[in-house]
Ligand binder design. Structure first.
Ligand code: PGA
Length: 245
């Protein structure tokens, strides 16, 4: 894993956006894996600004999002489909038919998991996957204890995740308790991974990732086994990190 240390959230967003823009310009037909949550919002804002100012085109880009809440349709402002439309897709020249997110309201949710996994494979896999990390080390919604062999699957959200995500809802009771997520094996199949980490609340997770062992009880630790991971982390996230290990 390569670690790029930056000053703060804004610099992280800037660096991440530059990284993605360069890839999109070099490979206009890239398959991007995208993430939701607070971490990538600044990055998406800069992608939009760049598209408007410099004309970087997403016409041929395909995207696959990591996850979606079960029970929320794309019209629900708390769904990840809605989030992605609002924060990114609506402001680019991307063809929405090429933006894929698991459906949280599919009649047969197991079939939806299989369909999503196959969809990624049929498109040749994800070239660059953007990731955040949960305070408990989750990636996507793969909570501690998830098998490293897992493909796209249904998960029960950890109480700490529900608490962390309650800030996006009116109250904690409204946060769905289940989600559909790319599995750890799905994420590991990405050719390249860009992990963004910002803020003091992620400091502990950053320490475990950098210095801890590879264990299913800390899902992000599997990234140590991936050949091509870049981490962009800010000072608050890396404070106290022993860089040598
Ligand atoms: P956050 O979530 O970006 O809202 O901190 C990251 C995650 O849970 O993966």
């Amino acid at each position: 894993m390569k670690l790029i240390e930056v000053k703060d959230y804004n610099e992280m967003s800037q660096k991440a956006a530059e990284y993605i823009i360069e890839k999109v310009r070099n490979y206009p037909r890239i398959n991007l894996g995208l993430a939701t949550g607070g971490t990538p919002v600044g990055t998406y804002k800069i992608l939009i600004e760049d598209h408007q100012k410099n004309g970087t085109s997403y016409q041929e880009v395909t995207t696959f999002n990591l996850d979606e809440y079960i029970g929320l349709s794309g019209n629900n402002p708390n769904s990840y489909r809605y989030f992605m439309n609002e924060k990114l897709f609506n402001h680019l020249d991307i063809n929405k038919n090429n933006t894929f997110i698991p459906s949280g309201v599919a009649k047969d949710i197991q079939a939806e998991c299989l369909r999503y996994e196959q969809l990624i494979t049929q498109h040749g896999g994800v070239d660059l996957q953007l990731l955040g990390i949960g305070q408990n080390g989750h990636i996507g919604f793969n909570e501690p204890g998830t098998s490293f062999q897992s493909n796209t699957h249904v998960v029960d959200l950890a109480p700490s995740t529900i608490k962390a995500n309650a800030r996006f809802f009116d109250n904690e009771e409204e946060v769905p308790t289940k989600a559909i997520t790319m599995g750890i094996a799905t994420i590991m199949k990405s050719k390249e991974i860009l992990l963004l980490v910002s803020g003091e609340s992620k400091n502990d997770a950053m320490h475990k990732l950098w210095n801890g062992e590879v264990t299913e009880s800390f899902p992000a630790s599997i990234l140590k086994n991936h050949p091509y991971v870049t981490i962009i982390a800010d000072q608050a996230a890396v404070a106290g990190l022993k860089m040598h290990s």
